[in-house]
Write a protein that binds this ligand. Structure first.
Ligand code: SF4
Length: 712
């Protein structure tokens, strides 16, 4: 009888980063438990985490062998790994030689492990010499990153999960935490049960399951968050609920902000937001006069916006003005959507940053990275690369000829998805590195590289509270699937040998621990210093938060506790942020606000969760939810097929009727895709406008019209 083994690892879905114990019989994953010793979840798991063994069990729809097609019309055929790696490296090197390094691009994922991310970044920036490497994390948290840097001087939340249990006022903004971060929500609920005086304020245009639990739900008009935060600050200032001593000692820019928010009277702000003035005042008073600690938890509702950076900054203003930061239970706490969006930031795996929170534009930063990578400093480009949306525009207009997509599904998840599909049709060469074949992007692959996935690969991830956890393999990958880091290294060695035959190859890693060691070397002296953290410490002391410099045995739970921020003068910066409306306001032709969001039991494009019938029990079908009054006025009833159309595209969905959306708005989940619909999903309609500073697109809102669909 096969021996049962238990492997400690981390859930591969959301940014909570729950610890798991994977049970296996050596060949197959047979069960899962929450890890009671993991400080993120203490043994809890949500539906998605609990069903990981079932989603891992089937090989149907797994990418098992490298495949290639010789022409666009041909079917891909199985080839061996050497042929696949040679083809990818030769086609990339050819294009680089003919058109320069910026003619190729890499589009990676917050689902990659830190070690995978690290080598992809090193390949793009250190071997190819382009910053054209961006990630689906651009769609997730880049507005939060930009705002942290502008306001606090460095990326990363100042808070930790324990703060959920210590807060006296919790402001949940643009986050349906009950669905998107279920285990953290359970922690919040448990804290409320033991400390019932804690106040929850939920800011969301929809009455989500999270909002239904709130002491106060501010059902604002879509995109009016900045007006709300400015109105709350106005009330706090004029009622003497700010902290003048903290402002004087630790911040800069308050006078300008005060001047701006003078105009945002609670009455005016409440009118803009479409809520009661008394409710706005109540929220401000709970936040400012909590008598203890106020914590903000926020996510895509703030970030996925053409004004996402402003929304984040306006919320951080509230914390700085009241001194609600750098102490237990307090602070602005952005929740990362993906399991390793944070790790990607740490290694600089985006078009606009370098390793360890360094800056592309600073020559000494490029030189430091080049030295560790063993490449000439001049190889590292001083020009930012193209962020996600612009990257696919550049493919469409021919500036980028070849793209390598790893562990993500841009044909479904980027805005204006029809245009993204067009770009993939037009590219000279498309490489897709994937564990699953059931995505909307795989059909565009000229070469498909089969990747190992959860339960089959090793490395680390960093969760929303800056905690680094080990990911371990419990079983071997099926077929010829290989770890993402291995695939990137093999191609990197071949491209480097062709372009720079006299250079020593810098990708001879045998284990992921060697990649992690190189990464942590680059962090020394930086704000995220993990010079004291290696795999041995993670083994002996468990998951750790950064920073953890050499000499420490435990990471720092909270940052900025002494009020010293990561800016040159140590002062945090207020930012005067005027309210701006949504990128695409409704009008007579497109009269509805389309809001998008997540379902409880599905994940992203459903390549994994869509494999399991029981995960459809909660929400069996795609739908468009409309308020009963709007449906009645249009003579529509539940189950009718409706056509949802924006200026860019349209799709047909069954209608659901619900009071959870306000009149004038409709809601659709973002998961459903080409597997289930005769379309790429709701992003056929979404707005490709991006935030000017974070380049995050406005995925949460579009103006649409709704018509009864004509049956063919
Ligand atoms: Fe996995 Fe997130 Fe659920 Fe935890 S809360 S089990 S990390 S999906």
């Amino acid at each position: 009888m096969a021996m049962k083994t238990v492997t400690k690892s981390t859930c591969c879905y959301c940014g909570v980063g729950c610890g798991v114990l994977i049970e296996s019989d050596g060949d197959r994953i047979t069960g899962i438990q929450g890890d009671p010793s993991h400080p993120a979840n203490f043994g809890r798991l949500c539906t998605k985490g609990m069903t990981l063994p079932a989603t891992a069990a089937s090989l149907t729809g797994r990418a098992l062998y490298p495949e290639m097609r010789l022409t666009r019309d041909a079917e891909r055929q199985r080839i061996d790994w050497d042929a696949a790696l040679d083809t990818v490296s030769e086609r990339f090197a050819d294009i680089i030689e003919r058109h320069g390094p910026d003619a190729v691009a890499f589009y990676v994922s917050g689902q990659l492990l830190t070690e995978d991310y690290y080598v992809f970044n090193k390949l793009a920036k250190g071997v190819v010499g382009t910053n054209n490497i961006d990630t689906n994390s651009r769609l997730c948290m880049s507005s939060a990153v930009t705002a942290y840097k502008l306001a606090l001087g460095a990326d990363g939340p100042p808070t930790c999960y324990e703060d959920l249990e210590l807060a006296d006022c919790v402001l949940l903004a643009g986050s349906n935490m009950a669905y998107a971060h279920p285990v953290l929500f359970r922690r919040l609920e448990a804290a409320k049960a033991t400390r019932p005086a804690t106040k929850w304020v939920v800011i969301d245009p929809r009455r989500t399951d999270t909002a239904a639990m709130a002491d106060l739900h501010l059902q604002i008009q879509p995109g009016t968050d900045v007006a709300l935060f400015n109105g709350m600050l106005h009330h706090l200032i004029w009622e003497g609920l700010v902290d003048p001593a903290y402002i004087a000692a630790h911040t800069a820019g308050f006078a300008e902000l005060k001047k701006l928010v003078r105009d945002y009277t609670p009455k005016m702000a409440a009118e803009l937001c479409g809520i009661l003035e008394a409710d706005l005042i109540q929220a401000a008073e709970w936040f400012g006069a909590s008598g203890g600690a106020s914590l903000s938890l926020y996510c895509m509702g703030l970030n996925q916006s053409a004004h996402g950076t402003d929304k984040n900054l306006a919320l951080i203003n509230l914390h700085l003005a009241t001194g609600q930061i750098g102490k237990p239970g307090a602070g602005p706490f952005s929740l990362t959507g993906q399991p390793n969006a944070m790790g990607g930031r740490e290694v600089g795996g985006m078009a606009t940053m370098l390793a360890a929170h360094r800056d592309i534009a600073i020559p000494s930063h490029r030189a430091e990275v080049a030295e560790v990578w063993g490449v000439p400093a001049g190889r590292l480009s001083n020009q930012p690369g193209l962020p996600a949306v612009a990257m696919f525009d550049a493919i469409r207009d021919g500036r980028i000829k070849a793209v390598w997509i790893a562990c993500t599904n841009p044909a479904h998840s980027l805005p204006d998805a029809g245009k993204v599909a067009e770009a993939l049709e037009m590219a000279e060469f498309v490489v897709v590195q994937e564990a699953f074949t059931n995505t909307d992007t795989v059909p565009y692959a000229d070469v498909l590289l089969p990747a190992a996935t959860w339960g089959e690969k090793a490395g680390t991830v960093t969760n929303s509270e800056r905690r680094i956890s080990r990911v371990r393999a419990a079983v071997a990958a099926p077929g010829e699937a290989r770890p993402d880091w291995w695939i990137a290294c093999e191609v990197a060695k071949r491209i480097a040998a062709r372009l720079y035959p006299d250079e020593a190859a810098g990708f001879a890693y045998v284990e992921t621990s060697a990649i992690f060691d190189e990464h942590r070397r680059l962090t020394v002296g930086r704000d995220l210093d993990i010079g004291g953290l290696d795999y041995a410490l993670l083994e002996s002391h468990g998951p750790q938060q950064w920073p953890l410099p050499a000499g420490m045995r435990q990471g720092l739970a909270r940052r900025y506790v002494d009020g010293g921020f990561a800016t040159p003068d140590g002062r945090a910066r207020f930012h005067a942020t005027p309210y701006k409306p949504v990128a695409e306001p409704t009008n007579a032709r497109y009269p509805f606000h389309l809001l998008t969001g997540r379902l409880r039991d599905q994940w992203h494009g459903m390549s994994r969760t869509g494999r399991l019938p029981q995960l459809f029990a909660h929400t069996p079908e795609p739908s468009l939810t409309m308020h009963p009054h709007d449906a009645e006025r249009r003579g529509l009833k539940a189950g009718d097929l409706v056509r949802v159309a924006s200026k860019r595209g349209a799709l047909v969905l069954p209608l659901a009727i619900g009071n959870d959306v306000p009149s004038g708005s409709v809601f659709a989940a973002m998961h459903w895709n080409g597997q289930f619909l005769n379309s790429l999903g709701i992003n056929e309609t979404s707005v490709p406008m991006v935030d000017a500073r974070s380049f995050q697109p406005e995925l949460k809102h579009a103006a649409v019209r709704i018509e009864r669909a004509e049956l063919p």
